[in-house]
Design a protein around this ligand. Structure first.
Ligand code: ZN
Length: 258
């Protein structure tokens, strides 16, 4: 297998204002692409909301192994049709990594089936992200905890389905805790939610945070197993055919609805 194709999607609106542009002059997507690019292991593209088709044409999605998603103030500007395509690709095996306020994005909420809301407060508090599953691939080469001197605070309850695997729990200096590294299997694909990354802090320029994203990309990549056959299927053993000589309508029970 060649290099993985990673697409970093960002709504790219906050960073057009000076206060945030100072922190992310090339956008959050640019920072993530730059930091992940240092590993030299991925073909990295970026895509943003205001590009045609949100930068997520069929051609881009069909050639994306892992999609990283950051969004905040314009979730509703992503057309349902694009969000549905992202979900379908994820169910077909594309990895999806949803960051920070992307928990309220259309693709994440649809794949979770819950409202995905939480408590929040923007107050420059400290976040300590504890690794609670050190043997998990997403925890590889991480310290026991990552400390972010200032981040937005999120707090439980986080309205998500119970994760298949929970890798990180965050503590905030204001007292809240939060499930901040959540793994899910959906269809043939894997979804990882990672909490930090508010636009007002340079979190995505940190090497430890980039390490988490790298590990998540490697974990979420398509498994390349067999494509399953769905629907009517001929028996592999000689078991006869009880509908031999009957019409297709009888075989598919369509006659019941006539
Ligand atoms: Zn935020």
């Amino acid at each position: 297998m060649g290099k993985l194709n990673v697409t970093v999607w960002n709504e790219f609106l906050h960073e057009k204002k000076d206060s945030i542009k100072r922190i992310y002059p090339n956008g959050i997507h640019g920072a993530i692409a730059e930091m992940l690019g240092k590993f030299g292991e991925y073909n990295i593209r970026t895509a943003t909301l205001e590009e045609p088709e949100c930068g997520l044409s069929d051609e881009v999605l069909d050639t994306t192994d892992v999609l990283i998603w950051w969004g905040h103030i314009a979730h509703d500007k992503v057309p349902d049709e694009i969000a549905d395509k992202v979900c379908q690709r994820a169910l077909d095996g594309m990895g999806l990594i949803v960051l920070h306020s992307g928990h309220l994005s259309k693709p994440f909420k649809k794949l979770m089936g819950t409202v995905c809301r939480s408590k929040w407060r923007e107050n420059d508090e400290k976040e300590r992200i504890w690794v609670i599953e050190p043997a998990h691939p997403i925890a590889r080469n991480l310290p026991e905890y990552i400390e972010l001197p200032q981040e937005e605070t999120y707090g439980e309850r986080f309205e998500i389905p119970t994760p298949d695997e929970l890798v990180f729990i965050s503590w905030f200096s204001g007292g809240e805790v939060f499930r901040s590294g959540c793994c899910y299997k959906r269809g043939l694909g894997k979804v990882f939610y990672f909490r930090p990354g508010h636009e007002a802090y340079p979190t995505f320029y940190r090497e430890d945070i980039t390490r988490v994203l790298k590990n998540a990309v490697d974990w979420a990549k398509p498994s390349c197993g067999p494509k399953p056959t769905l629907g009517h299927y001929e028996a592999l053993e000689n078991v006869g055919d009880k509908y031999a000589g009957k019409s297709d309508d009888e075989r598919t029970h369509k006659n019941l609805y006539k």
